[in-house]
Design a protein around this ligand. Structure first.
Ligand SMILES: *Cc1c(COP(=O)(O)O)cnc(C)c1O
Length: 454
């Protein structure tokens, strides 16, 4: 076929001025792969094409295409996005945004060497957990604390260290699944501990735990049912009863708190989120919680409690496999210190959760005014997300986008394709921005995007 005969040799394409900027990169295998695919596509197109394109034109076209693909491949994959969805701890959008101070500290500590495992005073080897251990002891009055990769890892590690080969008693009402395939019974199976379920889905009493105790019982487990709430005919032992039973029977108690809430949140309209210090004060032997849920820090799982048990967990080989690096520790340290200093408002998700309806309304009105006819202030409800306080929508304000002739799904797609991508809320057939999760510093760029897509 005449058209196919115009396909240029590879070397002609690579010599094109369009590719000069890439230099030696053109010898990389990934570039050959890209080029092979472009040639295959070109052959397919030409086989169906009616008009014949000249060799020079084809060379140019393939080179331009390759340049685009190379640039695409070299772009960072992780990118900033604007979260206009109103879901504060959006797991798919990276959960908690971090404060600048934390990133400054991370840069300071990790672009050079640090005392990660070095005791500067004695000149001897130290432990990486000491940086966090002291802060947590001061903050929640625990005896010791260690940090692992995430709370799922924390649960696995504690169950393995304290429950392997024996039984762990837990309520049927707490056999929860926390998004992304974290299920208590499955984690239990992996830990090597046997789950002994007691009670019923809606009601479990302390006597149910007590009756199940036998010589193989290693641990009493309590899990915060983070992402769902049971209402109606329900019963769950109090924390005090749970602790008392453990003490009386000499069996350690373990509570998976999920969210790591440091300060009561009732003032933000969030009920039922257990506060970390309360569990320690009640006498639970070991607790664990996430670093990037209500704590507002980096992804991490924090294990805290009685020294005897924390030490046992630390000595477990799984701890070495699940430990965190200096990046996590440096950021977590700043977050925990913010709470210790009584300044939770320096943690971004705290400012978002505490933002008042009137403040958000004023921002929505000012934003709508600047946007012109395309945005109308509306009342809406934000969600905490991240498996926290599921039934607590927070009264909020945002704007509804009015773009006649564009469907909401097309509008949603256009915002997503913007630079930076904007993740919107689609509700009642309308595209909306919730002001709560939009940083004030993002409003200017959001206005530009809004005028370019509508
Ligand atoms: C979220 C959650 C987990 C998992 O925590 P990650 O930090 O996401 O690994 C485990 N248990 C409970 C109760 C949770 O809410």
């Amino acid at each position: 076929m005449e058209a196919l005969r115009q396909i240029p040799p590879v070397n002609d394409v690579l010599r094109s001025s369009r590719l000069a900027e890439f230099g030696d990169l053109l010898n990389q295998p990934f570039v050959s792969d890209l080029l092979d695919r472009i040639f295959a596509d070109t052959r397919r197109e030409l086989a169906q094409a009616k008009a014949v394109v000249s060799r020079a034109e084809l060379t140019e076209k393939i080179a331009v295409h390759l340049a685009e693909r190379i640039r695409e491949s070299l772009k960072p994959s992780l990118r900033r996005v604007i979260n206009a969805s109103g879901v504060v701890l959006h797991t798919n959008l990276g959960r908690a945004p971090l404060p600048d101070e934390a990133i400054d500290h991370l840069r300071e500590v990790s672009t050079g060497y640090s005392n990660l495992e070095f005791d500067i005073e004695s000149g001897e080897r130290g432990k990486r957990d000491t940086h966090i251990d002291k802060l947590l002891r001061q903050l929640v009055s625990c005896e010791a604390a260690i940090v692992v990769n995430n709370n799922a890892a924390a649960v696995l590690l504690v169950l393995n260290a304290l429950g392997e080969g024996g039984e762990v008693i837990a309520s049927r009402g707490e056999q929860v699944e926390i998004g992304g395939s974290f299920r208590i019974p499955e984690v239990m199976a992996k830990s090597g501990a046997r789950l002994r379920e007691v009670g019923t889905t809606n009601r479990t009493r302390i006597e149910d735990y007590e009756k199940a105790i036998n010589e193989t019982t290693r641990l009493l487990l309590r899990v915060h049912p983070s992402n769902f709430r049971m209402i109606g005919f329900t019963e769950r032992p109090s924390l005090e009863e749970f602790v008392e039973l453990g003490k009386r029977k000499n069996i350690p108690t373990f509570e998976d708190l999920g969210s790591g809430c440091m300060v009561p949140l009732e003032s933000s309209g969030i009920q039922d989120e257990p506060v970390v210090a309360d569990s320690i004060r009640a006498g639970v032997d070991i607790i664990c919680f996430s670093g990037d849920k209500l704590l507002g820090g980096p992804q991490a799982g924090i294990i805290a409690g009685k020294k005897l048990f924390v030490e046992k967990i630390r000595q477990n080989p799984l701890f070495r496999a699940l430990r965190v690096d200096k990046l996590t520790l440096s950021v977590l340290e700043v977050i925990l210190r913010a709470y210790l200093q009584g300044k939770p408002q320096t943690v971004p998700i705290w400012r978002m959760l505490q933002a008042s309806e009137s403040e958000l309304k004023a921002r929505a009105e000012a934003f709508a005014k600047r946007a012109g006819k395309v945005a109308k202030p509306v009342q809406m409800a934000s969600l905490i997300g991240g498996g926290s306080a599921p039934e607590a929508p927070l009264a909020s304000w945002g704007v509804a986008i009015e773009a006649s002739g564009i469907s909401e799904s097309e509008l949603e797609r256009r915002f997503r394709a913007a630079t930076p991508p904007v993740i919107v809320r689609v509700e009642d057939g309308r595209v909306m921005f919730d002001m709560r999760t939009i940083f004030p510093g993002e409003e200017d760029v959001l206005l530009k995007i809004l005028s370019s897509v509508t």
